[in-house]
Design a binder for this molecule. Sequence first.
Ligand code: TTP
Ligand code: MG
Length: 389
Amino acid sequence: MSTQPRVIAHIDMDAFFAAVEQRDNPALRGQPVVIGADPKKGKGRGVVSTCSYEARRYGIHSAMPISQAYRACPQAHFLPGNMKKYKDISRRIFEILYDFTPDIEPISIDEAFLDITGSYHFYQTPLKTCASIKKRIQKDLGLAASIGIAPNKMVAKIASDFCKPNGLLEILPEKLLDFLWPLPVRHMWGIGKQTQKSLHAMGIQTIGDIAKADSTQFTKKFGAHGQHMHTLAQGIDERKVAVDDEIKSISHEHTFDVDTSNSEEIYQTLSHLSEKISRRLRRHALKGKTITVKIRFDSFKTISRARTLPERTNFYDDIYSNSKQIFDALGNLKAKFRLIGIRISNFHDPYVQESLFIDTLRHKKRENIHQAIDKIKDKFGEKAIHRGV
Ligand code: TTP
Ligand code: MG
């Protein structure tokens, strides 16, 4: 029986926290930027979270003592970072990824595996799929990602590391060993400093050397770990992309072409965002209970206000009326707005009865109307029908 090779992509953002800061402050672009503890002119005791590629040229890296980073490059821009902002961007990165495939295993704030075996055909090839992902992230979020594509997770991850920054590299099944075998052993998963030392002592330098080593002897020396290393070195890694299909929130936001304080324009935007969210919720058979409105002022100050509804909903009118009320409750801010967004969260199974007081018939009718509108939009596009505010 011949099985079709899997197509696995590994995506990892480049210098994630530092890249966000460079994006948001043009003065930092092209400069060494270090995110981490306060260096206190070399007396600081914390560590480096990450740093820009410009700072890496000075030997600075994640987890290095901040004092050492300061000594290596005192003129670098040292910033404390903003975890809330990075989490928010991470959520938006994952939303983009979910537009390409549901088969995603999040690994960290800026990293994920994607199994695109079943979805790449929509974009013709795996390479075109991942080029589109990179382009979307760059266009929507102004950030660079690196993506490795391979028939398994281990090689996909090695490939994304290999092509950083802003890289895209596909390792075809027939080229897998040509790519893997010349690499130093440290590139392989699960090989730390100690194992590296032991391998070097045995005269083993590359992954190819491991593959060609005697398997029994290898297992004798390293036990189960040895056997595992030997299998991986043959380019065999059967681990599946462990899909986390629990969506925690859905959001959309809009940046105004020109900063605005016009409430009509804001209501129109809230209406449009509510429609998009409502449709996306129904597509995923979800209903949410908490609605959050996010506002960024022209000064870049960003605030968000949330409200939790008595019942879960995916209806446009509920989402719109509540987000409008949240906005109105902010009062007369006498400010200009740069961006407005809506998020809905707090989901659970929509088909479990929510409350004994729900007027089910009325709900069913509303649901039918929404589904009819969705169908028209699916067929004729997002602009086919517009609601009046
Ligand atoms: P990484 O993806 O490991 O690093 P990176 O994105 O900064 O750079 P690269 O281009 O090499 O991928 O980690 C993602 C973020 O996680 C990173 O921007 C900051 C944070 N982080 C820490 O806070 N401490 C750490 O030790 C590491 C490794 C990362
Ligand atoms: Mg990264």
